[in-house]
Ligand binder design. Structure first.
Ligand code: HEC
Ligand code: HEC
Length: 477
């Protein structure tokens, strides 16, 4: 009998232990726990990396007058066009008469040439005012510019001779445009193919010596053009990584100088330009977000701030004194916006990225790399009232429809006129279309691959009044 009790006590212990284990397994495998685990991984923290210090005044000067692109249209020929710009940047000398997005620089052979600067893509007029750092959402990359580029070349030859220093000073940029332009055409006006531009430039240069080859190094990989909006420069100071996918890691100055790949000769040129870019970064880091130019309803702002804190801050951070930006990459499963840009990193662009990560750019104490993680950055929302259209591909015309996905137009067309900004819905005034059967490039067609306007459903459950309050609050950021 005594033995039986002992045995039972022993068995009881085993039974109890196995019951506990079964319950634990049941809890772990239950859908509720699985969801909790998933929820935890809907975001990943983006670690900071060290940046080189620079001088913002020198940076601005280099940005709008510097010769980081050293080939272009000879100044005399440009002047013949009669095009004149208002001197918005208050530049002097040759630059004083050029529009803000062009610079006069000296080519290696001593010729003065006119060439695009970063503000071509990183400044835009809004309600008549040029805002430096506002991504340009009006550029037209739908055309192939190679024949007009060739035509300008013919004109220069006609005036000065095909082997003249002026023709030579134009040739590098012209050759590159002719190679690249047909490969970076977008489906819609207003979006930017900068990522593809970088991938293509990488395929024509030796990664170690950076010397250009007229033929691509390997068989050219046809990477489909994915459209992006251009992010606002004033949010950079908060971000731990560059680009929508947070792929730009390490030294930001090194990453930014990629535009120079258009015309630089070799690593000697690259090293020279590389020393100047920390100044540009210092300039970019002190650009402030433009202030909302009209009145706000302060009661609604207070209500909107509360809603923002409960539903948006976990991803977008907090604003005002003591504000914190959390630097998260949000998984595609959670954000559900068009996945093509993020998926391309590990897909079609894989080789180009591997080449970059083995190249001159990744070397030395100030190396930069492109990292591949699937998702999109939850961006800082400073000055967000000015940055329409919204989402990484610019597929949503205004904040009203960003916060209520049922309002997002499938086919929409804007005038590309800077005064057509809608200060109620906060974004570009647009006309809806029923279809785009004529493939009109002025119509934003969200049915094309990469151009989808789905996702970011986080404000769909709010009432219209709550969304209005949120918008009122967003105006103040
Ligand atoms: C052809 C248009 C174009 C030109 C020219 C251009 N950029 Fe950009 N830039 C872009 C686009 C588009 C992105 C966003 C790409 C992405 O995130 O996938 C970008 C991203 C950036 C970013 C990161 C912003 C962020 O929030 O992640 C910085 C900084 C930047 N560019 C600086 C520069 C500088 C400096 C120059 C001139 C040397 C320059 N860019 C020239 C189009 C351009
Ligand atoms: C789970 C994280 C997350 C939450 C919660 C969230 N967002 Fe976002 N938000 C993102 C991401 C990621 C993007 C960029 C998506 C893209 O470009 O494809 C974004 C983009 C935006 C943009 C567009 C920015 C631009 O310049 O295009 C606005 C505006 C915005 N969110 C507002 C809000 C508001 C308001 C809330 C609260 C109701 C909110 N978000 C909640 C992650 C989040």
């Amino acid at each position: 009998m005594g033995i039986d009790v002992k045995l039972f006590a022993k068995w009881r212990r085993y039974l109890l232990i196995s019951a506990i284990i079964s319950i634990l397994i049941f809890i772990v495998l239950s859908p509720a726990t699985q969801n909790l685990i998933k929820k935890k991984s809907y975001r990943s923290y983006i670690p900071a990396s060290k940046q080189r210090p620079g001088n913002p005044e020198k940076g601005f000067k280099y940005l709008v007058e510097g010769n980081y692109i050293v080939s272009g249209v000879p100044l005399n020929i440009y002047k013949l066009s009669g095009l004149k710009g208002e001197n918005i940047l208050k530049r002097s000398g040759d630059n004083a008469s050029l529009p803000y997005y062009l610079s006069a620089v000296t080519a290696p052979n001593g010729e003065r040439v006119v060439t695009p600067n970063c503000l071509h893509c990183h400044a835009q007029r809004l309600d008549g005012e040029v805002i430096i750092g506002l991504g340009n959402s009006t550029i037209d990359f739908t055309q192939d510019f190679s024949s007009s580029t060739r035509m300008v070349g013919k004109m220069i030859s006609l005036f000065y001779g095909a082997d003249s220093p002026k023709s030579m000073a134009y040739k590098t940029l012209s050759d590159r445009f002719v190679t690249i332009s047909p490969q970076i055409r977008t489906e819609v006006r207003g979006v930017n193919p900068a990522d593809n531009l970088a991938y293509i430039l990488a395929q024509y240069r030796d990664p170690v010596s950076l010397v250009w080859n007229d033929k691509p190094l390997d068989e050219i990989k046809n990477i489909p053009v994915v459209p992006t909006d251009v992010p606002a420069w004033w949010t950079m100071k908060k971000k731990h990584a560059m680009f929508y996918t947070a792929s730009g890691r390490g030294d930001f100055s090194r990453l930014m100088m990629a535009s120079s790949l258009l015309t630089m000769k070799n690593t000697k040129d690259a090293s020279h330009i590389d020393k100047k870019f920390p100044d540009i970064l210092a300039y970019i880091n002190q650009i402030k977000a433009p202030k909302w130019p009209k009145k706000v309803n302060s009661d609604m702002v207070i209500q909107g701030r509360k809603l923002f804190k409960s539903d948006c801050t976990r991803c977008h951070g907090s604003y005002g004194p003591g504000g914190k930006y959390p630097n998260y990459l949000i998984s595609l499963d959670s954000i559900k916006t068009d996945p093509l840009l993020a998926e391309q990193l590990a897909g079609d662009a894989k080789e180009a990225i591997e080449t970059y990560n083995k190249s001159w750019f990744a070397k030395g104490p100030f190396g930069a790399t492109l990292s591949v993680e699937s998702g999109y950055v939850a961006p800082p929302l400073d000055g967000v009232w000015a940055t329409a259209p919204y989402l990484h591909n610019g597929s949503v015309p205004d904040l009203a429809s960003l916060l209520n996905s049922t309002l997002r137009p499938k086919y929409w067309q804007r005038s590309f006129y800077s005064y057509d900004y809608d200060f109620n819905k906060i974004g570009w005034t647009y006309k809806k279309h029923k279809h785009n059967n004529e493939n009109n490039k002025l119509i934003y067609d969200t049915t094309k691959p990469g151009y989808g306007n789905q996702g970011h459903y986080y404000a769909d459950d709010f009432t219209d009044d709550e969304r209005q309050a949120l918008i009122e609050y967003l105006k103040t950021l």
